[in-house]
Design a protein around this ligand. Structure first.
Ligand code: BDR
Ligand code: CA
Length: 315
């Protein structure tokens, strides 16, 4: 059987759930991971870049080109999420030291190189703040229109927040970048908190990860246990830890895992209480173009099965 692969660039800020998204992409025969670029977000730009390198080393994927991107958001000061992801940004496991080099390019230069060299359109997946994506769209607008198939991103929410009452972390870090990306005219697929909060991995499922007999699963067991700590606070009402970023790759692997609805999504950048809120026009009140396919539901058991199968594939 011929599997039609989707070529992707993953722009991320690892981050535990980013690392799991990376694993899903590498493990899937449906995905061809052409490059990894990193943004400042969950931790400082140096740490997220190092974490992407260490994760690829663990996954045995040292041939994948990696480049670091923005040092700060476009307008705001950088705020990081060490309270969620720890001091390193990827606390909870000993990860190997990279034996390969970072590309001598910036993130947006590597994105441009991949797109120019590709015969087919490429999907940009963004699982961190959208600073690199926005810079890319501003510097290479024609290349983006010609060669970007779509941007699939984890970020935002419809009426929820995890950093301020109505603002999700990735959009909170760089609202101005998100506004550029959402208004760029490129097809968009969004994994908001509404779906990622359903994409929980439960405690006993994390234990099952620990029983998978390979070094990748062992490392991810430690990472998931650490990631679970922050989400145990009863205020969230979670039964496990929400696997935000893997929803993007899972969508590319199997769209039937998700329920979606197309609507206009824009970003509030000036609100006194709401800077960074994604404004989702669910009821078509604005008449604006439905620019985004928004994931709203997930088949959680099948999603977890995909994650378990991917972890087992490293045996
Ligand atoms: C998002 O913020 C980060 O902490 C996670 O990696 C995810 O991308 C969830 O709000
Ligand atoms: Ca992330």
């Amino acid at each position: 059987m011929v599997i039609l692969t989707k070529k992707i660039i993953l722009d991320c800020d690892p981050g535990h759930d980013d690392a799991l998204a990376l694993l899903l992409a590498v493990a899937s025969p449906e995905i061809e991971l052409k490059a990894v670029t990193t943004s400042a977000g969950n931790q400082t730009p140096e740490k997220t870049l190092n974490n992407a390198m260490r994760t690829l080393q663990l996954l045995g994927q040292t041939q994948i080109p990696v480049a670091g991107g923005n040092q700060t958001p476009l307008v705001k000061e950088l705020e990081t999420a060490g309270n969620v992801h720890g001091e390193s940004g990827l606390d909870g496991a000993e990860l190997p030291t990279p034996t390969f080099e970072v590309q001598p390019l910036t993130a947006i230069e590597l994105m441009a190189k991949v797109l120019r060299e590709s015969d087919e359109k490429v999907t940009l997946v963004v699982t961190g703040p959208m600073t690199n994506a926005a810079l890319f769209l501003r510097v290479y607008p024609d290349l983006a229109k010609e060669k970007l198939a779509q941007i699939v991103f984890m970020g935002g929410a419809m009426g929820l927040g995890n950093w301020t009452p109505s603002v999700e972390f990735n959009i909170f870090v760089d609202p101005e970048a998100a506004k550029i990306v959402l208004n760029a005219g490129i097809p968009l697929v969004m994994a908001p908190l509404n779906v990622t909060h359903q994409a929980q991995i439960l405690e006993d499922e994390i234990k099952q990860v620990g029983q998978i007999d390979n070094k990748v699963a062992k490392a991810f067991h430690g990472l998931l246990e650490f990631f679970g700590i922050y989400h145990k606070d009863p205020k969230w009402g979670f039964a496990g830890a929400p696997l935000h970023d893997p929803c993007t790759i899972a969508w590319l692997i199997d769209e039937t895992l998700f329920e979606t609805k197309k609507m206009n999504v824009d970003v509030e950048t000036t609100g006194e209480l709401t800077r960074g809120e994604t404004v989702c026009d669910y009821y078509e009140l604005t008449g604006k173009e439905k620019n985004t396919e928004v994931m709203l539901g997930i088949d959680r058991p099948r999603f977890i099965q995909l994650i378990m199968d991917s972890l087992r594939s490293f045996g």
